[in-house]
Design a protein around this ligand. Sequence first.
Ligand SMILES: [Ca+2]
Ligand SMILES: [Ca+2]
Length: 188
Amino acid sequence: MLTLPTGRQTNQTVTLETRIASIPWDYVMIIIGMTSHVDLVTHTHTQDIDECSSGVHSCDANAQCTNTVGSYTCICLLGFNGDGRTCSDIDECSSGSHSCNGHAQCTNAVGTYTCQCNPGYHGDGWACTDIDECTTGSHSCDANAQCTNNMGSHTCQCNHGFHGDGWTCAGIDCILKHSYIINELLGQ
Ligand SMILES: [Ca+2]
Ligand SMILES: [Ca+2]
């Protein structure tokens, strides 16, 4: 219940408090309701448009659209560069920004790149380890040759008593025998 202010009051002197207090409470509620309605209408007219979800933005297909009040921003996705409205692939291989292993081949792709270990190495391209062809048995040395492992490859050297390039070795005795036969055939 509203109470009228006490104090000096006469018919000639009506204070502001008195005038407010004399307003019927129902009228006050109506005024508040009308004001709220006006605020609601005003708010509806100024409501932000989410350009990103509505699809009316002009961000590049390879950009991230982020809605802001009254506008939106475009930022190129990882692997692309540009202003967000236009984004182009970064060639990580030629720019040197890739993380491939030093013993791997880098291959550029749209928005990314791939790494593959060079021949003679095994791994996922980011980590490459030399293959020891001698211990794994994947070498191609002659059976009568010594295999020596090295980074990315291996070498072969004919054993003592054999002659050749390491990949093919022949016994000295065998070579001399063949030479003897050839000389016999030639009559020398
Ligand atoms: Ca790329
Ligand atoms: Ca090797």
